[in-house]
Structure formats: structure tokens, C-alpha cells
Design a protein around this ligand. Structure first.
Ligand code: ADP
Ligand code: GLC
Length: 484
């Protein structure tokens, strides 16, 4: 078995800090690759909450100045697993979220904060910051995008680990003005189209995609899509130019956390053979959301409230959904205008539409365990995790046909139903007509209890564990290490 050491560099890490699926993936990856001879050490920013949550810390490296501020790298253990943390109070010791203040305004120094993170990651991976050098550095999303650049432009002769850049979301690229470049302490050589320069400014994700030895994204479908302007969002040319290094590896789900048979957040645990127990969870969801109890279809949404997630179209179909006898429980946080639109629609249908804003991990589990169908009307979706949790919990996914959603859900068309292969409902394009039609199909299918139960069971039998993808990542690391 190969013995490969990987430094995984991500701005989120479940359960210590999470705003979306990136945290789930960064948290699950070390255990997913471990059976294949990969020792993965996560490196994360020392946000205030993380520094508080961690117990004993060991000093690994001290910077008198990391891009202008004092900083330390410390080693700690979380859940028995070693992690490395960038303790840089000037950048990370503040109230609010990882990227924005409590009002949702991006931190003005985000460029510098995550440049410092990328630089420290490169120092660590190269063996310049206390720890032993790593074979590979695996960077996730724009926040880690400069790490491959710091390695590329390090002094010659230094150990140069291989690098992997994973794109979880093209919509966030980390773009900053030209005046920011001198603060990065990179050589002038890096200010070029081959380096970090992008449309006259500094592009973090662009730098990572352009300089990494391998590029991955989180589903084969999205790997195809980002070759086109609509999904590549400006980086499609670079992606096409480097497509021989690009692959799509679908995310898994962590069976220790998302397991309906053992989930403590549920009122009633269940398996595919005891689906009737879900009713108890359904009653609990209705109570939390102030919905009239009933046996009719209960739709759920668990989502960031953003344009990506198609929440504006959801607002449009609410009257249709209620008109068909459906009810909706929505848990989300994000855009204030979307929230206002949802609340207005909910106001028209008391007892039929319930909305909770904010972040509530336990409630999200209960909703998957009690909802009949989960709606995911995304405009684009690199992978998507909530449809995978839905599949595992018998909460049938009704999803837009895009990216990872299209890769992981089998539409209940006639052929798939006959072959007992269907696991959900897909629709496209994302607009009122097709989304409304998908909801009509879901309500009709739900009325046919035998057919609905088959779809639930088929979804629950699907394997979305990390087994396959963990192996695929490990094979990629091994190839890169061999060719070092
Ligand atoms: P994205 O990362 O684009 O937001 P994913 O589907 O990959 O989309 O991951 C979203 C993750 O965040 C899932 O684990 C989902 O359950 C969780 N989530 C999203 N919104 C909320 C919320 N308001 N409360 C609790 N969990 C949420
Ligand atoms: C991003 C994507 C989502 C994906 C997640 C984890 O946030 O929007 O589709 O599942 O990253 O890879």
C-alpha cells in the first residue's frame, strides 16, 4: 500500500466551522482516503470559534510577520484526528462568519486573510514551517487558491509537493484589485497571465486552477459544464486549456453522521424496512414549522438562500404547490430579499408553508427524516449534498437537471420506474413551468403509495458512501506522487 502524506487546505471543516457542503467534504475526506494508504492532515484558519473549541495545542511554527501580521501554526486534535490550524488573530479572531460579519457583509480584508492562509499552507507543505514536508497539497476553493502559487514561486531548490486544486463552486473565485498584488509578497514574476494575474487583478481560484498539477471538481457532470461560459464563469478557457488535468469526483456522504438507523436528531430512527416510522418525524417537522398536520405530501428545502439555489423560482411555484395539496417546510439562510419573498408567500398560506431562517444542523436531519420530498431547484450545482442526504433518508429528491444533481438522481420516467431504478424527479430548464410540472409529478407519484415506496427504497439502497470516491482521490494522489 502506498504511503502518501497530504495537507488538505480548506476554509471550512465540519463540525468546527461550516457554511455549506465544503465543510462536510473537508471533514469527511481524511477518513475516506485513509484506507488507501493516505495520511491526510487538514489545515484550517483559526477562527475565534475554532480556537475556543480546540483543547491542547502544540506550537509548530511562529511567524514574526505573515503578510504583515504575527501568526502561529499550531497542531491540535479533533475527534482524535490531528489537525493544523493557522492562529493569526489579526485575520481570524473576530465575531461573525468565516467570510462575512454578522450583517453578512464580506470582510474587507478577505484577500489578505486567505492569502496568508495560502502562504502558510505552502510553507507547511514544503516543510518550511516546522512540520515534515508533505507529498501533496490539496487546495479547496478560492480561499486556498494561492497555495499552489506560493509553492510555484518559492525559491528554487525547495521541496515542491504536488498540488491538487478542487473546485467546489465556480461562482466564488476570489478576485482582488491590482494594488493588492504587492501585499502578497510574491516575486514580480507571479504577476503574469501564467501566474496570479487575472483581468488586471489577482485571481485566487484562477491561480490555483492555472498552477496546480491536477484539477478536480465534485461531479463528472460539473466537470463537463465548466468548459462552457455559462458554468465556467470566465475560467472556461483556462479549464479547456488544462482539461487533460481535470477530473470530476463525486462527493460522498459520511455514514456515521447521515444514518437514519442511528441518527440522534430524529424523533424516530428507521430503515428501508420500517419506513412507516418516518411519520413520527413528519409530525415533529410539522410542529416545528407550525404546519397543519396531515398525510398529504410534505416538501422540504434545506438551502443557502441564493440565486445559485433557484430560490426565486421556488417563491414563484409556492402557490402551485399549495394548490395541489402540498405543504412546505423551509430551512435556510442567506439573501434578505429572497427571505422576504419567501415570507410573503408563506403569509398567503398559513399552516401550509413554514419558514425557519438561520442554521440548524439537527433540524436539517429531522427534515430529511420526516419530509416526503426535498426540493433542490439549483441553477447550477457542482455536486450538492442535500439530495444525497434525501436519498439516504427516504426523502425523495426533486431536483434540477444540472451538475451533480443530474449525476446522482435517477428520474422516475416510465423506463426507470419499470426497471425499478428511479430514485427521484429531475426537471429542466429551471423555470416556473418545468418546476411546477415536477411538483405535479411528485404529488401524483406520492399518491401511488406502492410506487413512491419503491422509489424511496431504491434511493436508500444506492451507495453514496465515500468508498468509491475515497479510492479515486487516493489513486490521483498516487499518480501525482509517482510522477513527482
Ligand atoms: P452548498 O455547499 O452549495 O451550500 P451542498 O448541498 O453541497 O450545497 O451543502 C449544503 C450543506 O449545508 C448540507 O450539509 C446542508 O444540509 C447544509 N445546510 C444548508 N443550509 C442549512 C441550514 N440553514 N441549516 C442547516 N444546514 C444547512
Ligand atoms: C459547493 C457546491 C455544492 C457542493 C459543495 C461540496 O458549495 O455548491 O454543490 O456539494 O461545494 O463540494
Amino acid at each position: 500500500m502506498p504511503d502518501i502524506s497530504v495537507l488538505s487546505v480548506a476554509s471550512e471543516y465540519w463540525p468546527l466551522v461550516k457554511t455549506g457542503g465544503l465543510a462536510d467534504v473537508a471533514g469527511a475526506l481524511p477518513a475516506a482516503v485513509a484506507p488507501h494508504g493516505v495520511t491526510m492532515t487538514p489545515f484550517i484558519p483559526g477562527y475565534r470559534a475554532i480556537m475556543k473549541a480546540l483543547g491542547r495545542k502544540r506550537l509548530v511554527h511562529e511567524y514574526a510577520s505573515l503578510l504583515g501580521s504575527p501568526a502561529r501554526i499550531v497542531a491540535a486534535k479533533h475527534g482524535g484526528h490531528p489537525i493544523l490550524v493557522l492562529d493569526a488573530p489579526a485575520f481570524f479572531d473576530r465575531d461573525g462568519g468565516p467570510y462575512a460579519d454578522a450583517m453578512g457583509r464580506d470582510w474587507l480584508d478577505n484577500g489578505l486573510r486567505f492569502a496568508a492562509f495560502g502562504k502558510a499552507a505552502a510553507d507547511l507543505a514544503a516543510g518550511r514551517a516546522g512540520a515534515r514536508p508533505f507529498d501533496l497539497l490539496h487546495a479547496h476553493d478560492w480561499q486556498a487558491g494561492l497555495a499552489p502559487a506560493y509553492l510555484t514561486y518559492a525559491a528554487s531548490g525547495a521541496h515542491r509537493p504536488r498540488t491538487v486544486m478542487t473546485i467546489h463552486n465556480m461562482a466564488f473565485q476570489g478576485f482582488f484589485g491590482a494594488d493588492f498584488f504587492p501585499r502578497l509578497e510574491l516575486p514580480q514574476l507571479a504577476w503574469s497571465i501564467e501566474g496570479v494575474e487575472y483581468h488586471g487583478g489577482v485571481g485566487f481560484l484562477k491561480a490555483g486552477v492555472g498552477l496546480a498539477d491536477a484539477i478536480t471538481t465534485v461531479s463528472p457532470g460539473y466537470a463537463e459544464e465548466i468548459r462552457r461560459p455559462q458554468f465556467g464563469m470566465g475560467l472556461e478557457g483556462l479549464i479547456v486549456g488544462r482539461q487533460d488535468r481535470l477530473s470530476g469526483i463525486v462527493n460522498g456522504i459520511d455514514p456515521a453522521i447521515w444514518n437514519a438507523a442511528t441518527d440522534k436528531a430524529l424523533e424516530a430512527t428507521f430503515t428501508a424496512n420500517t419506513l412507516e416510522k418516518r411519520t413520527k418525524n413528519k409530525r415533529a417537522v410539522e410542529a416545528v414549522f407550525g404546519l397543519e398536520p396531515g398525510d398529504g405530501p410534505l416538501f422540504v428545502v434545506i438551502s443557502r438562500l441564493t440565486w445559485q439555489k433557484g430560490m426565486d423560482v421556488l417563491i414563484e411555484v409556492i402557490d402551485h404547490l399549495v394548490g395541489l395539496g402540498g405543504r412546505l417546510a423551509l430551512l435556510g439562510s442567506g439573501d434578505a430579499a429572497i427571505e422576504a419573498g419567501l415570507r410573503e408567500a408563506a403569509g398567503r398560506h398559513p399552516g401550509r408553508i413554514g419558514i425557519r431562517t438561520g442554521y440548524d444542523e439537527a433540524l436539517s436531519h429531522l427534515m430529511q427524516g420526516g419530509g416526503d420530498a426535498i426540493l433542490v431547484p439549483s441553477r447550477f450545482e457542482p455536486c450538492g449534498l442535500t439530495q444525497l442526504y434525501g436519498l439516504a433518508y427516504g426523502c425523495v429528491p426533486v431536483v434540477a437537471r444540472t451538475g451533480g444533481l443530474a449525476d446522482t438522481v435517477v428520474d422516475a420516467n416510465l423506463a426507470a420506474v419499470d426497471a425499478d431504478a428511479a430514485t427521484g424527479i429531475l426537471f429542466s430548464p429551471l423555470n416556473y413551468e418545468s418546476f411546477a410540472h415536477a411538483i405535479t409529478r411528485a404529488v401524483r407519484l406520492y399518491a401511488d403509495t406502492a410506487a413512491w415506496t419503491r422509489i424511496q427504497k431504491r434511493g436508500m439502497a444506492a451507495d453514496f458512501s465515500w468508498t468509491r470516491s475515497g479510492r479515486t482521490y487516493a489513486q490521483l494522489y498516487a499518480r501525482l506522487k509517482e510522477n513527482a
